[in-house]
Write a protein that binds this ligand. Sequence first.
Ligand code: GLN
Length: 453
Amino acid sequence: AHLDRMAEVEPQVQAFLHVDRETTLEQAGAVDARLRAGERLGPLAGVPIAHKDIFATRDMPTTAASKILEGWRPPYDATVTRRLREAGLVILGKTNLDEFAMGSSTENSAYHVTRNPWDLTRVPGGSSGGSSAAVAAYEAPLATGTDTGGSIRQPAAVTGIVGMKPTYGGSSRYGLIAFASSLDTPGPFARNVLDAALLHETFSGHDAMDSTSIDAPVPSVVEAARHGDVSGMRIGVVKEFAEGEGAQPGVLARFNETVQLLESLGAKVVEVSCPSFASALPAYYLIAPSECSSNLARFDAMRYGLRVGDDGERSAEEVMALTRAAGFGPEVKRRIMLGTYALSSGYYDAYYGQAQKVRTVISREFEAAYHQVDVLISPTTPTTAFPIGERADDPMAMYLADLYTIPSNLTGNAAISVPCGLADEDGLPVGLQIMAPVLGDDRCYRVGAAVER
Ligand code: GLN
């Protein structure tokens, strides 16, 4: 049924980079055989899923939406991929993204633009915009994403679905093509909070293959999603984000209604000031590009994918330069240059060092807040889905889409986006962001289940 739905809507939505009906049906047959043989699989056995094309998959191409990896087939599965297969999920295909997950609209894909199913002239968010569009368009009930600065929560918000960034280290980065290793976090997309929790539990948990993986039990997110009881919970409204300078009125209206709803459900709502959150965005745009410039050095025309100009005459350096010039898109090049500059001697302390200090200050502010409240809330994004092309030539406007999501990446805490209605001015979905302390993922699901609409 999902393959048929894809055949119907993909020409308009274009959520996927790779679909292979036969591989999908083979996987489904294999799961069926395992069940018939009496194997006990988890609650998601047989459920189809759309998989972001940044996770290594051994039977499907893996490109990170970059030309530099065109045609690459990994010899191994990412841990997330492996756990999906073990649990009997059926991978429908690989979804589109901003190249190497750098962007907020999926317009930076080297292959094609994905459209928002609510309005085909608008973006589905990014970088996991293929995954959010696939779920919102009913092409898949579940999808995977990765969130480095908001790339799960922001696309979930603007397509009216649920998207969760687990605690950093709560889900494995092994086999995930690296963008900014201290921030990258795999997480689930679904159309409701309970489905997201089921997927979260399926692929998260300690992994010896990832040195930053947390060796602690996975918070009981499914249990929390089933409860959805907020009575007696202390909920902090982030003052700086709720005042919403530059935010769309319809977004703020739905947010304020949700605050009232939480109060009527018995939560104690208080205002919490987090003044340094305003510095999160500039700090992120130094840290993420710095890590990217280092991570992307591996694309050297020797190891994987594209190789340009190797005529037997040119030196290895020349081939590398030609390959990287042809293989990386403009946003990726911009970030490599920015990051290389920020890390260079003489500038390191002024830029990267300062940004790391801001990161510490934000962590302390979160810590202080969580002495007072159980969760913090804000809108997920300042605006609803913007028109395709509107911010494509304006990186600063694009970066602002992540204003509210980035603090949680810098500190590694858990955060979810759940739908909280439609904005009056354009009828497009609005997301509520719920942020919880490290390993407090269950709180996100609990509050999310209480308010999802
Ligand atoms: N939009 C942000 C960026 O461009 C975040 C991306 C992400 O979370 N992968 O870096």
